[in-house]
Design a protein around this ligand. Sequence first.
Ligand SMILES: [Zn+2]
Length: 484
Amino acid sequence: MEYEAVIGLEVHAQLLTESKIFCGCSTKFGMAANHNTCPVCTGLPGVLPVLNRRVVDFALRAALATHCQIAPVSRWARKNYFYPDLPKGYQISMYELPIAQHGYVALDLNGHSNRVGLTRIHMEEDAGKNIHDAQSDASLVDLNRAGVPLLEIVSEPDMRTPEEAGAYLRSLRAILQYLEVCDGNMEEGSLRCDANVSVRPSGSSTLGTKVEIKNLNSFRAVEKALQYEIQRQSELLDAGGRVVQETRLWDADREVTRSMRSKELAHDYRYFPDPDLLPLTVTQDWIDSVRAALPELPAERRARFVHDYRLPAYDAEVLTTRKDVAEYYEAAVRAYPADPKTLSNWVMESVLRVIKDEQLDTGLKVTKWPCPPEHLGALVRLIGEGKISGKIAKTVFDEMRRSGKTPETIVAEQGLTQVRDEGALAAQIDQVLAANPEKVAEYRAGRDKLLQFFVGQAMKATQGKANPQMLNELLKKKLSVDNQ
Ligand SMILES: [Zn+2]
């Protein structure tokens, strides 16, 4: 039977605040175990949480950027469960009154525009981390992460293919990165994703039994795990079996999902309002001030690039996925506004390739650009003005990276002007030959001495800058009888 998948994603984004959500401890990554802790985030008796206002600012940014409705009053809830990395025995989260609901993320997949609905966005605290030490056979607990603020972003089950789920996750990450609320690094766990997936016969409108997949720590893992799970469920149904509602873990090494536990239901967590925290009130003024400070977002910037720079949709997509790449590109265009498309090619083919090959970026920022954007603009200007060819420009680009010098300096120092470039020189020669058809005919009839005449003319045309050896060779080739 033909099946259709129904996919929804739950994303946890670690927020880039300097301190934790309910205490003043640092959120700095990579500190000694339990260094960033205090009585509040270690859950000692008698302490009270104090909300970090900046966490709410960040949540509002994300909610407005994804077209959500903001709740004027929302409420903190305790999600109760036992685990060694959760010293209080409960996680402070939001339950029946989240801060934002009913939003969407716009997608552009293979030229088709689409929207994935957002059910809700809420804030919560992260738990600590259990470390299982194989050497001492001990389980250790590090509470540095306990109380680090998270946004949970829950989508509607609007996606039908793993590819669409990947596109949604990439779009969402780009939005969070543009807002500078999350660095979006999945490998380091600052963006985590769980997927809910079920299958149903194509054309059916009833939902099948869903399975939750955890441990998806890369875009590749999300897409691969969904592919695997859709196939597993389809084959199970074809064989007359029944899908069990459960939580499964993605095993990236073996590329399979395996059963972890039966799915917990909301009542398992005994949610109730947190008596230590007041309901959260967000005034219209607060919302307005956050909205006024929102940056241009990826979708808007993509549309502007297509319109202002006449770029193909593909280029605009690649250039705007990351804010810093988009800004780099625009700085290069400011340096040389005459040819945005050639600049786009250079950024996509050369700059981004070097960044990828040499891993010059962290989650949110490129740490070291191959060259300043102004130098790239100057390089493309040299091509546009006919001073160097595209081929020579690749050599100049490599040298720019190596030495940090401007392209003009490199071209002058190394005599890389176009007269040493074969393509440009050939064009000059063609003009000389076209202007002297009788002499060409005489040469081809046997007057070899005329070669010097052509060399002289071509040399004059290049203002004496041609490489004589190359000029001679090219002329001989073009004047040969085979080339008539
Ligand atoms: Zn603390």
